[in-house]
Design a binder for this molecule. Structure first.
Ligand code: ADP
Length: 574
């Protein structure tokens, strides 16, 4: 045990710390205010990029608890230990013994804070659902709206997505002459795509409101959409709109609208516990910011929009009954902030939790980071094919995410390789549009560009077999019948002699369909299906809509539809 030169006094300042990590030193600065750790700035490290998420998680845990006594992130033991040691080193340089850090439970709200934090509507979580709820509440009422976000920026998984939005009857469909899509077809796609486990009453609300809310996003919020759309697995029609600039621009547009409307954003503020009054009505939350406990009180309602639990390995393992394992060997596309906070808070209060075993894997992700490739957009819209390490196709590339993932998990090394030909590279302008992703992939050695033979060599795939596969696929495109896997969409031939982009992909936890049960007014239900007064929820934190599987591009219409409904219910104290 190190000896600390503890003065027993309150210490403030910025102190550097370092410790040897797996590959080199971890260097960081710790900002301390009167014995409270308020910020940890990571200056440099050479840990595996896959461990960034562990570092974010530990930073969050240390700041929230104002203590070094935090759980090691499973799957990243060495990085976790080194990171904590580096923070400990900074404390040593400050002269504070870890045991002198203030106990967070003794740091309470001052009278001034209490007044500031009184509002009408309190929204917990600034992703797509929280931002939609904030815009709706502030644009349709005089309510004071506060949005709590535990990270230093808003967006959650929505920011990390393409922002793609399925809407039957949308304006691009009309331009493309797709005139026979309908709410009923959309309803059936969602219901059967969700393995008949979703609540039909809620699916009806989603199906009926998706188009209206696409107009709301475009015409009221100011989201700019591309003139083209996509077809996603499980949808009967091509009906998916794409915002310009994907998830990041989509989220930033929503944030600026909310800010214009007067919504107060409280960043770095983590909600920890829902507060009730004597009648059982939810009246606010107890949150932590910079190691300080802050109580927020909402006169009209609290809306939970904290997202799912894809980054919480323990919860994944606890609830998974579908996949062979969801332990740390399976990465996630999720933000490290998405660890089921809202589900746990609501459950503690008696909320009904449903469909928790339904956890969706996204099929094609970067093996170095676990994040999806925006380049995979090509697979959805072109002749791109998937092969395994032996150079053989193994699935209909247009299958739903769960079926594709199940097939990939059965391949050698649980790995797929996506092949995109020169026609598509040019037509979709892939090199320019995805230049940064391509450069990163090249550096990480998970992506290559070259002739089919060069690509095969790079990934150690037998070329003979790969060329055979490409020729066979081309023969199916001539007859229009994929005799092996029944693919019907974009069955165009690949240009065997041209240049290819080829990248390796692994499955990642993408969406958790389970969560809190809500009714059609977005009221959170208790285990007797009775609404819990004052508590509303929307987005991935809810569990009753997508059932056993969420089809691609349904997240945005879900978050906007139920985010807006939750806001209206809270404003009217319904
Ligand atoms: P959705 O798609 O349902 O809107 P997202 O994943 O996009 O979900 O956003 C959820 C947001 O909630 C993220 O920005 C995340 O950081 C935030 N969040 C999660 N837990 C908490 C919490 N305990 N307190 C405050 N914000 C939270």
């Amino acid at each position: 045990m190190d000896n600390y030169n503890s003065s027993g006094q309150n210490i403030s300042g910025t102190f550097s710390g370092s410790y040897k990590g797996e590959n080199g030193n971890i260097l960081l600065d710790v900002v301390i205010k009167e014995n409270v750790i308020t910020h940890i700035e990571l200056l440099s490290h050479t840990e595996n990029p896959g461990f960034n998420k562990a570092i974010v998680q530990l930073t969050d845990d240390i700041i929230t608890s104002n203590s070094l006594d935090v759980d090691i992130v499973s799957g990243a033991t060495l990085t976790s230990t080194s990171f904590i040691k580096a923070v400990e080193d900074a404390l040593k340089n400050s002269g504070i013994n870890p045991s002198d850090l203030k106990d967070v439970s003794t740091i309470t709200t001052s009278k001034d804070d209490y007044l500031t934090n009184n509002c009408d509507i309190l929204i917990i979580g600034g992703g797509g659902a929280g931002l939609s709820a904030a815009i709706e509440a502030s644009s349709t009422s005089e309510c004071k709206v506060i949005l709590l976000e535990k990270m230093s920026f808003a967006g959650g998984n929505t920011r990390m997505s393409g922002g793609e939005y399925a809407a039957p009857g949308n304006w691009v469909q009309l331009n493309e002459g797709i005139l026979d899509d309908s709410i009923d077809t959309f309803f059936n796609d969602i219901y059967y795509g969700g393995k008949e486990k979703g609540n039909p009453e809620l699916i009806k609300v989603l199906a009926e409101n998706a188009l209206t809310n696409a107009f709301w996003l475009r015409d009221f919020v100011g989201v700019k959409y591309k003139d083209t759309q996509s077809w996603y697995g499980g949808h009967s029609y091509s009906r998916t709109l794409w915002p310009e600039g994907d998830g990041p621009k989509y989220v930033d547009t929503l944030i600026s609208k909310a800010v214009d409307l007067g919504v107060e954003f409280h960043y770095n503020t983590k909600a920890n516990q829902l507060l009730k009054d004597g009648t059982g009505r939810v009246i606010g939350v107890r949150a932590v910011r910079n190691g300080k406990i802050i109580d927020y009180v909402a006169q009209k309602g609290v809306i939970l929009t904290t997202g799912g639990f894809g980054s919480n390995i323990e919860m994944r393992e606890e609830y998974n009954t579908v996949w062979p394992t969801l332990d740390e060997s399976i990465p996630t596309t999720n933000s490290p902030a998405i660890v089921g906070d809202g589900i746990k808070m609501a459950e503690e209060l008696g909320a009904n939790i449903v469909n928790m075993e339904s956890i969706q894997l996204y099929p094609i992700n970067n093996p170095a980071t676990g994040n999806y490739y925006f380049l995979d957009y090509a697979r959805l819209n072109s002749n791109a094919i998937l092969v395994n390490k032996h150079g053989n196709r193994f699935v209909n590339e247009k299958e739903t995410r769960d079926n594709l993932s199940a097939s990939i998990l059965k391949q050698p090394d649980s790995r797929a390789f996506e092949i995109i030909d020169s026609t598509v590279i040019k037509k979709m302008n892939l090199k320019e549009t995805y230049s940064s992703e391509i450069s990163k992939g090249l550096a990480q050695k998970v992506l290559t560009i070259g002739t089919l033979e060069e690509c095969a060599d790079f990934f150690d795939i037998p070329y003979d077999s790969l060329i055979e596969t490409a020729k066979k696929y081309n023969s199916y495109s001539t007859t229009g019948i994929d005799e092996d896997f029944g693919r019907t969409s974009s069955l165009e031939p690949v240009d065997i002699n041209g240049e290819f982009i080829m990248f390796a992909g692994v499955v990642s936890v993408h969406h958790t369909m389970g969560g809190v049960d809500i009714d059609k007014n977005a009221r959170v239900l208790d285990i007797n299906k009775i609404p819990i007064p004052g508590l509303y929820a929307a987005g991935e934190v809810t569990g009753s809509i997508h059932g056993g599987n969420r089809l691609g591009s349904l997240s945005m219409p879900d978050t906007v539809t139920f985010g807006r409904i939750a806001a209206r219910s809270a404003v009217n104290m319904h």
